[in-house]
Design a protein around this ligand. Structure first.
Ligand SMILES: [Zn+2]
Length: 283
């Protein structure tokens, strides 16, 4: 069934585009995840910022040490599904299974999980029901929908008859894959653009969340973009905790801690640890 979903997904992309993307990912995966996370931590350290990593559960057992290290460094791991497939292409029972398998696996490995983001930020109504049913504290993908992307406040999703218990966060459309893979930007251009977004956020207040994938932003070439961004945000009075810390604080106080003008959340999905994981999606 996941194979069918994957084939449907590929059908929607042109063949040449797919091969180019695979070649790009192959190149990125020449850097080990150890090095990628170290580069990210080094970039965040000067401003004391934290990072939240929604992680695909089925790849986690291949690198439990990296996951443990992320937690030891004070960052957060969230649930990014069991396999990296589009949930809107699965039926309800198939989605139920993805949620169950991923939650069970994180429990088995004793990884504390508070938040969820669906693969490809792709949800249908049943997916959102499942986020509610599984009692997640926050969701980081519903806020990627065009109607929420530009918002600067956390919100509770409205079902037909009730409002969700989990908190949603608007997710900015400038992800690293958009800027690097689609817009072909060099690091200097990325820095300029993202720093501008942060400056605007600082004047508006509220919350800003980015989705930057470790496989790209952790590269030696791109990590300085993250460093630059966090330093700018720090100077402008940003609080940069993990998503769960921010959500808990906001729920309790409805404001940010004293001395902070806005909140900047760094998130980045771990879809694969090694290039071969792309093929594991099929099984
Ligand atoms: Zn992903």
């Amino acid at each position: 069934m996941r194979l069918a979903s994957w084939v449907k997904h590929l059908k929607n992309r042109r063949g040449s585009q797919f091969l180019k993307q695979m070649a790009r990912m192959w190149k990125f995966h020449q850097t080990s995840f150890d090095e990628l996370t170290t580069n990210i931590f080094d970039a965040l350290d000067p401003s004391g910022a934290k990072f939240t990593f929604p992680t695909v559960a089925s790849v986690m057992p291949y690198a439990p040490d990296i996951i443990k290290n992320i937690l030891t460094e004070g960052h957060e791991i969230a649930n990014h599904g069991y396999k990296h497939v589009k949930y809107s292409l699965l039926n309800d029972q198939q989605q139920d299974l993805e949620f169950k398998l991923s939650s069970d696996l994180f429990k088995e490995y004793r990884i504390p999980i508070h938040g969820f983001r669906a693969p490809y930020n792709n949800y249908n109504e049943h997916t959102i029901e499942l986020v509610e049913q599984y009692g997640f504290n926050w969701d980081g993908g519903v806020g990627y929908r065009p109607e929420y992307q530009k918002g600067n406040e956390m919100f509770y999703y409205s079902f037909e008859k009730k409002s969700a218990n989990f908190m949603s966060i608007p997710c900015h459309r400038y992800s690293d894959d958009l800027l690097i893979d689609n817009y072909h930007m060099v690091p200097e251009e990325m820095s300029k653009l993202l720093n501008e977004v942060v400056r605007r956020a600082a004047t508006k207040g509220g919350v800003l969340m980015f989705d930057m994938h470790p496989i790209r932003i952790g590269q030696k070439k791109y990590a300085p973009v993250l460093r630059d961004l966090t330093e700018t945000a720090h100077e402008l009075g940003a609080w940069m905790p993990t998503v769960n810390e921010a959500v808990n604080y906001w729920k309790k106080h409805g404001s940010w801690p004293k001395g902070y003008d806005f909140c900047l959340l760094h998130t980045g999905d771990i879809d694969n640890f090694i290039f071969f994981d792309y093929f594991r999606r099929l099984i």
